[in-house]
Design a protein. Structure first.
Length: 399
């Protein structure tokens, strides 16, 4: 419903941008003043501007996949077009009010063409760079110490990944890059902290190949996961969700089957004791706990039946209830969800929303690590952030 209310703003923004584009092109060359050329420009612009809606309305198939992919790229480009045009307009208005500035020169066609060209080059550079940067999976390393004994283990090598968002943006190639990075760390344990899927199971480009890729993960104690807020079956348009009123949002059964075939154990508000040495507990998402769960367990309920003298590792998609988890005796809390803002300027403001938006935070004796994630949501690019897996070396020290 909110998407419908915001649609007039989206239309006005695009009309505003298209007006400037046509003015700039007309200033560049008299050929762009011809009606048929302007009409062609409007049609091409409309194709991109309406790609999100077109992809949403088309039936499942190659055409829909193509339009959704175009639409996701367009979202990112549009963000930087809007920012650039607004900033350029503000600079122009400021310069017009400075007495020493030559107003005729500032208003000249040459200045307009030069400024417009600089804006377009900047937008293209940021957008292309962001799209390329999103495909590079890096490894971020952490070392933490837990003051507990873990059986005969002196240390544990954990690889954390989250926010894969398998779907229209992310497919087999990105997962192959991720698995190579994971296996390069020779992990004892691999955990996925939610948002494995991007709401629509039909969006997977090749489920069987993806399953085969995941089964290539090599881990001494196996692969564990919890679900996030996007691991549900739900239609999305430009980040806005559409579902029947009152209908509980749950994962598609095929998502659960996918993980089972991929050799990933899904923990639904449950834990397991591994090698009689340490616990791994997977929490359901705080907003959308999923099938069969009305209210997820509190941190105290999670550890109530555990031997707290053993290390307790929790996978929780959203980095919330950090103090409560620390008070309950959790030693390591691994999260995702934030994407570290994904795109500038989001990476500068995300810290206002979360106690630990990305990276490491110690809460009393508990270590909290939030990854920026492997995949993408919405715009098909990363600007000012990285795609990553996290290698966490946990040292155990009984004393």
């Amino acid at each position: 419903m909110l998407a419908i209310y915001l649609s007039p703003i989206y239309i006005l923004l695009n009309l505003y941008i298209m007006r400037w584009l046509i003015w700039w092109m007309s200033a560049c060359s008299r050929h762009f003043k011809k009606k048929w050329v302007r009409a062609a420009v409007i049609v091409i612009y409309a194709f991109f501007a309406l790609s999100l809606l077109t992809g949403f309305l088309l039936p499942v198939g190659k055409a829909q996949r193509f339009m959704k992919l175009i639409g996701n790229y367009w979202l990112g480009v549009l963000l930087y077009v809007i920012l650039t045009v607004i900033i350029a307009d503000i600079i122009r208005m400021i310069l017009l009010r400075i007495p020493r500035i030559d107003k005729r020169k500032l208003r000249s066609r040459r200045t307009f063409v030069t400024a417009g060209t600089c804006c377009i080059v900047l937008i293209a550079a940021v957008s292309l760079g962001g799209a390329a940067n999103a495909r590079v999976v890096r490894t971020t390393r952490y070392d933490v110490t837990v003051d507990k004994a873990a059986g005969g283990l002196d240390s544990l090598n954990i690889v954390l990944a989250a926010d894969l968002h398998l779907g229209y943006n992310i497919g087999c190639r990105q997962m192959e890059r991720m698995v190579r990075k994971i296996n390069a760390e020779d992990p004892d344990l691999v955990v996925f902290a939610g948002d494995i899927f991007d709401n629509e199971y039909e969006a997977l480009d090749d489920p069987e190949r993806l399953i085969s890729i995941f089964r290539g993960i090599k881990s001494r104690y196996g692969v564990y996961a919890c679900y996030g807020n996007h691991d549900i079956e739900e239609k999305i348009l430009a980040g806005f969700t559409f579902h029947k009123k009152g209908e509980k949002k749950v994962s598609d059964v095929r998502m659960d089957e996918f993980l089972e075939k991929a050799g990933i154990r899904l923990l639904r508000d449950e834990g397991t004791l591994i090698d009689d040495s340490f616990y791994v507990y997977g929490r359901p998402d705080r907003e959308r706990p999923g099938r069969g769960i009305s209210v997820r367990k509190t941190p105290e309920e999670i550890t109530a039946d555990m031997d707290r003298s053993k290390p307790i590792l929790v996978i929780d998609h959203q980095p919330k209830e950090l103090q409560e988890l620390a008070d309950a005796g959790v030693d390591l809390d691994l999260c995702g969800h934030t994407h570290d803002g994904q795109m500038f300027p989001g990476n500068l403001t995300i810290g206002l929303m979360w106690e630990n938006a990305c990276g490491y935070l110690q809460k009393d004796k508990m270590h909290n690590i939030v990854t920026s994630g492997v995949g993408l949501f919405g715009p098909n690019m990363r600007v000012g952030t990285i795609a990553e897996v996290c290698r966490i070396t946990v040292h155990f020290n009984e004393n």
